[in-house]
Design a protein around this ligand. Structure first.
Ligand code: PEP
Ligand code: MG
Length: 585
């Protein structure tokens, strides 16, 4: 039966494909596709893990004390039975052989299939066995990761065994869409090279970092879809409408036809926009506008150039630091990455932002920072860098060295205090001295500050005195001004770029920057949303940095704009009680 689920639209377009569910697991699981030649080895990894876990459970079973509650031995027997069950093994084999999933992903996918069958069972006892199965799979995953496996908690037991349906056999040529409860930014990045034609997650806000990476992939995505990962089943046909933020599950032929038509229209629109690639971004009244790219990896420079970006306005360097299980990249590795980005831009400037981890960008694939009460207000971005000077110094040295190979700007995130500014410049001077002592060459840097904490936006003279340029990070500026967690879909309706408080901070930053003769750019998601282009131009913004995928749409708005007329209108929007209504006037 056809049904729809509503979420937040984060990346435009229509995707139609079969659902691939990425099950959430308590163990951090990597998801990637293997080569056909690796199938045997991957299956062998699962067999070895099963054998090892089996031996371990048998050992535990034998060592259960005579006076222990009888449930404990019985529980371990259930686990042994599940480990030996050929149906579980066959299902896992299907995911590896037919879909080319890596072993861990195959295990969690099969777990998802089977647990849903448990959920539907009439018999309460059988339904409860789901927890046992989850523990067994978790033991296998932990074993494969080399983690200690934990003793399961006993649960009340009756009798019986469990069953599963045969899986649909399928070829791997159909388009696939990914449905997950949550995906970390690092997970998303991993899927960058993958075959998925669309993404859906249950959680996340419009400017959560997962949504930002999804947007950079330029494929339709919906986040904050609440319980999509519960409602959609493996292999369901799904339409993702990334414009409306809607997911349609098991569409009827008529709906399918309508969306296929929309998909073709969107493709035609892309082809039309592509013609603007080499057109200079100049407004009707002759104002030159700089349209720059936001990138996550050095390889993204190819796309940036392909879309006609005139430089990189934000290289989020933290993506080099993620998913490395604590092994941070050293100076040399970072230098090579920055140099690749600089060379990739072929002489155009590259703004490298120092590492901004924390909040919804954890270093590893765990989905949320649960150790801290308010991670967005915690040790994040420059605070993290200043807390570990030797790590920060190696990043600064790497960036300084990369500046030998092209125009490089250094950008510092999340600054709020004069003390942080001074410490940053002291460490920059120290990094230069260290390179001098080593006799290593480095290039000149322009140094900029991100304005993304209201405290910074309210103490601009301090920032304008010390920095060569400012870059407004509206994603965080909105979050911190309105006290709305940008990654929390439950308050997403309150996350408002047009709130008068936000607009005043933004307008004031642009105006004070212009008065001081310093460049102000905007690199938050607002810069890449064509709905705001005219307003930002009217407020005096001349430097926009966005995902390359947004660039041509924004350029189209720039080409149609007349800033001499927009300025007065923008002041009206700024002072309106309801700026979103005034924006449409
Ligand atoms: C911002 O906050 O607007 C920004 C560009 O930085 P990030 O999204 O990486 O926090
Ligand atoms: Mg930010």
């Amino acid at each position: 039966m056809t049904f729809s689920i509503h979420g937040l639209a984060v990346a435009r377009g229509i995707a139609i494909g079969r659902a691939v569910l990425v099950a959430s697991s308590r163990v951090d699981v990597a998801h990637y596709f293997i080569e056909a030649s690796q199938i045997e080895a991957e299956l062998q990894r699962i067999t070895s893990a099963r054998q090892a876990v089996m031996q371990e459970v048998q050992r535990l079973h034998q060592s259960v004390p005579k006076d222990a509650p009888p449930e404990l031995a019985a529980l371990l027997e259930v686990h042994m039975m599940m480990l030996q069950d050929e149906l579980l093994a066959d299902g896992v084999k299907h995911w590896v052989t037919d879909r080319l999933y890596n072993a861990e992903w195959a295990l969690t996918s099969q777990l998802e299939v089977v647990t849903r069958q448990f959920d539907e069972m009439e018999d309460a006892y059988l339904r409860e066995r789901k927890g046992d199965l989850e523990q067994v799979v978790e033991r296998l995953l932990r074993h494969m990761k080399g983690l200690p496996t934990t003793l399961p908690q006993p649960t009340p037991r009756k009798t019986s065994s469990w069953q599963q349906d045969q899986l649909l056999d399928d070829s791997h040529d159909v388009p696939l869409v990914l449905i997950a409860h949550d995906l970390s930014p690092a997970d998303m990045l991993q899927f960058k090279q993958s075959v998925f034609t669309g993404f859906v997650t249950d959680v996340g806000g419009k400017t959560s970092h997962t949504a930002i990476v999804a947007r950079s992939l330029d494929i339709p995505a919906v986040v904050g879809a609440r319980n999509a990962s519960q409602l959609v089943r493996q292999d369901d046909w799904v339409i993702i409408d990334g414009d409306a933020g809607v997911i349609i599950v098991s569409p009827s032929p008529i709906i399918l036809e309508e969306y296929s038509f929309k998909q073709r229209q969107a493709q035609l629109e892309r082809e039309r926009l592509a013609r603007l690639k080499n057109t200079p971004a100049v407004t009707m009244d002759g104002q030159k506008i700089e349209l720059l790219a936001n990138i996550e990896l050095p390889e993204d420079t190819t796309q940036a150039l392909a879309m006609g970006a005139v430089g990189v306005g934000l290289f989020r360097s933290e993506f080099l630091f993620m998913g490395r299980e604590g092994q941070l990249p050293d100076e040399e590795e970072q230098f090579q990455a920055y140099k690749r980005a600089v060379e990739g831009m072929k002489g155009l400037p590259v703004t490298i932002r120092t590492v901004d981890v924390g909040a919804d960008k954890p270093l590893d694939r765990t989905t949320k920072d649960e150790a801290h009460l308010n991670p967005a207000l915690g040790l994040r971005a420059i605070r993290w860098s200043l807390a570990d000077p030797s790590m920060f110094l190696s990043q600064l040295r790497a960036i300084l060295r990369a500046a030998m190979h092209g125009k490089v700007n250094l950008l510092i995130p999340m600054l709020a205090h004069a003390r942080e500014i001074h410490q940053t410049f002291q460490l920059l001077a120290q990094a230069q001295q260290q390179l001098d002592r080593r006799g290593v060459a480095y290039g000149p840097l322009r140094v900029g500050a991100m304005i993304e904490v209201p405290a910074a936006a309210l103490s601009l003279p301090l920032f304008l005195k010390h920095f060569d340029f400012l870059s407004v990070g509206t994603n965080d500026l909105i979050q911190y001004t309105l006290a709305i967690d940008r990654a929390d879909e439950q308050v997403a309706h309150l996350y408002d770029p047009l709130h008068p408080a936000v607009l005043h901070l933004l307008a004031n930053t642009i105006a004070q920057g212009a008065a001081a003769g310093k460049e102000v750019s905007l690199c938050g998601e607002m810069a890449g949303d064509p709905a705001y282009t005219r307003l930002l131009l009217g407020l005096g913004l001349r430097h926009f940095s966005m995902h390359p995928t947004q660039l041509l749409r924004v350029k189209q708005e720039v080409l149609r704009a007349d800033t001499s007329r927009l300025a007065a209108w923008a002041q009206g929007v700024l002072n309106a009680d309801d700026p979103s209504a005034a924006l449409l006037s």
